[in-house]
Design a binder for this molecule. Structure first.
Ligand SMILES: [Zn+2]
Length: 212
């Protein structure tokens, strides 16, 4: 199932069809009911680099561009429902996704359609699945146990006063090092540097909220 098909089912929508025989630039499917690109994206569309060779969009992929909410908001889609969510709820949703198949997108500024890298990445396993986050131009793999470990470490680090910026970059201020040495957790801080460049880690730092 492609992402466009899931969203059509999720929202209970009927796709618009066209009459172009060709190849969809988004998913690569050959179609004979394709829709012209200029009817799908506006003149100021900036996501051309996501597209493949082709000359139209299939009805399912065209649907992805028909509603700006898909770009502007964080959302979760499943077969019988679609809902936008606040990023305060993202951690909870990642760890407790709905029934499969589903797909989760986390928006930040609402500018980029990074789910375009996930057209063929609809989730079928709640413990191990791909999702999209606006800061990253790649599908992000969520693995439940690894993510749960990360969240524990992030909670511990934040309780020690580390900032999200430090945790995201894994570069720590001088005074953070000093405090760690004085308080006896230098090794903990040093261990954190192994997460540098780990996208799942960075996303979990972003969505982490302190438990009530
Ligand atoms: Zn398509």
């Amino acid at each position: 199932m492609k992402l466009g098909e899931l969203l059509l089912k999720a929202t209970g929508s009927t796709p618009q069809t066209g009459n172009i025989k060709g190849v969809c630039v988004v998913c690569g499917t050959e179609v004979d009911n394709g829709i012209p690109l200029k009817e799908c994206v506006s003149d100021n569309f900036t996501g051309w680099s996501y597209f493949f060779a082709g000359n139209c969009m299939c009805p399912e992929c065209a649907y992805l561009f028909s509603d700006q909410t898909f770009r502007r908001k964080s959302w979760v889609a499943l077969l019988h429902g679609y809902k936008v969510f606040k990023n305060d709820d993202a951690q909870q949703i990642l760890f407790n996704p709905p029934d499969t198949p589903f797909f989760i997108h986390i928006a930040k500024t609402g500018q980029k359609q990074t789910w375009l890298t996930c057209i063929h990445r609809v989730a079928h396993n709640p413990h191990r699945y791909f999702f999209s986050h606006e800061k990253y131009d790649v599908p992000i793999l969520f693995e439940h146990d690894r993510a749960a470990t990360y969240i524990q470490i992030i909670a511990e680090a934040m309780a020690k006063g580390l900032t999200k910026t430090e945790l995201t970059t894994c570069e720590f201020k001088m005074k953070t090092w000093q405090k760690a040495i004085e308080s006896g957790y230098r090794d903990f801080l040093r261990e954190l540097t192994k997460f540098k460049g780990d996208i799942l880690w960075e996303v979990l730092v972003d969505v982490y909220r302190k438990a009530d």
